[in-house]
Design a protein around this ligand. Sequence first.
Ligand code: TYD
Length: 203
Amino acid sequence: MNRGLFITLEGVDGAGKSTHLEWLSEQFREHGRTVRVTREPGGTPLGERLRDLLLNSPMHAETEALLFFAARREHLARVIQPALEAGEVVISDRFTDASFAYQCGGRGLPEARLETLEAWVQAGLQPDLTLLFDVAREVAESRRSTVREPDRFEQERADFHDRVRQAYLHRASRYPQRIKVINANQSVEAVRRQLLTLLEPWL
Ligand code: TYD
């Protein structure tokens, strides 16, 4: 199958990944590729409704995990898989690594539970490349403090975000071929230089 390219962006709230999303897609467009920019939770009409619930309604930690994967199933079926089959570049602002970081690292769910959901929902499909924007606690905190209406996750305490960060780094050390860690403490220009080096083999 002539498959496109699947790239995901990850990091704690305040890591700054969204700042680089449009610029990243431009790099591929300049090389003549069709780029589909999307996000999780969300990416489909149903997914956006689930996003609203997930970000704003208190719920059991397992309900939360199940809803993230429900939204993901829809996202894969309606957006990601068709675009990849058409040979497009799909760039998603968050994907399954976020579930392992937030629901396992942050909330404490066992990884085995999520591995079951991952196998069911993704049937072996994984991103080709995951860019993990890693920042020091203080940098993320000061970036988060500028958010006017923080959602359920942004309102969590510092130790929650520390656990999320550690869970992301743990995944990066487990899947070093796929997950590349970006030092996002630096200026936008310095981060872009790191991104360009990492993207080179894919452009
Ligand atoms: P994000 O889009 O980064 O928020 P914002 O629009 O404020 O930048 O992500 C929404 C939140 O959802 C974020 O705090 C992380 C959380 N999340 C999970 O907990 N699990 C998941 O599987 C995903 C995809 C996101």
